[in-house]
Design a protein around this ligand. Sequence first.
Ligand SMILES: NC(=O)c1ccc[n+]([C@@H]2O[C@H](COP(=O)([O-])OP(=O)(O)OC[C@H]3O[C@@H](n4cnc5c(N)ncnc54)[C@H](OP(=O)(O)O)[C@@H]3O)[C@@H](O)[C@H]2O)c1
Length: 332
Amino acid sequence: MMEKTKNILVTGSNGQLGLSLKKVLGRNIEEGKRKNNDNFLFTDVNELDITDKDSVVDFMAEHEIDVVVNCAAYTNVEKAEENEERADLLNNVAVGYLASACKDAGAFLIHISTDYVFGGKANTPYTEDMEPGGGSDAPCGVYGRTKLAGEKIITASDCKYLIFRTAWLYSDYGKNFVKTISNKIKENTTSGDNGMPGSIKVVFDQVGTPTFAEDLADAILTVIDKRMLDRQGVYNFTDEGVCSWYDFAVEIGLLTGFGSTIGLIGKKKVCRIIPCRSDEFHSKVERPSYSVLDKTRVKDMFGIEIPYWRESLKKCISDLAEADVIMTAYNK
Ligand SMILES: NC(=O)c1ccc[n+]([C@@H]2O[C@H](COP(=O)([O-])OP(=O)(O)OC[C@H]3O[C@@H](n4cnc5c(N)ncnc54)[C@H](OP(=O)(O)O)[C@@H]3O)[C@@H](O)[C@H]2O)c1
């Protein structure tokens, strides 16, 4: 039975997750997969600046918002080190404005957090029962600290909320590892001496799980459409499986047909992908060395099936190649 239509506000919707939400919603509508006919209002900073408290309150009242999906954030981990005030404003203070407006309006807040709330010192997957931020496992930098503060401001606010902690997001949109590395691999197919294949180095000592933003978008839309919003709490959501950034890059090389561990695919010379340690790269911020998230709770609570990361990566690469955003050896 169709329930009352909800008005759903998506903030930061020109980012990777916001655009993926729009895409998956469009696909679900086309395929007649929706149970409810909710109205989605997609906004980014020009339509609704979440750091402007009064605008948030006014927008929610004017559009009678029932659910807020907060995709807005300060996500540049390196730049956050120099722009702590701005990162805190977006990832923490503005999240407080949304939480307080949701509480006053009786609306639900769906917020996105990160594996970076942990320091990455564990060696078994993080569950939602593990308290982030403690002792030697405190977040590594400003981004993680401000995102953790954002989680805390929500849980203390008394609003109705769902927090999805995700990791290693990539998509058809924006700047992300899949696009950057596939282009680097392609460029280095002939960057060595005398037109010979070149190589790139990728770190192997940071382990986690890639997440195709469309998989997270699909989960969020399922929770809204199936009216499971009252199952309040913190949930981990990444794709299935575990890998290092090096493993992720090798898979991108194989799927695009331009890179491999040995610099050959069959007899064809391709870019060689070489494993290296994080300390070989200069970085302003330390990153978690282990940030695998346990997804038992999200699967049990919402009956969601999560794809294995390699399967989703295949889909994204095929989309990117079809849209001519990246090149593969199979479609050039
Ligand atoms: N990307 C990852 O690998 C990753 C990993 C774990 C968790 N997450 C979390 O997942 C969520 C979505 O990430 P994403 O990769 O989709 O982020 P994103 O691509 O950086 O998108 C964030 C969006 O928010 C917008 N924005 C900035 N300031 C705003 C403001 N004051 N008001 C409204 N919108 C504003 C941004 O606009 P501008 O681009 O113009 O600034 C951008 O369109 C975030 O909460 C992030 O912390 C991401």
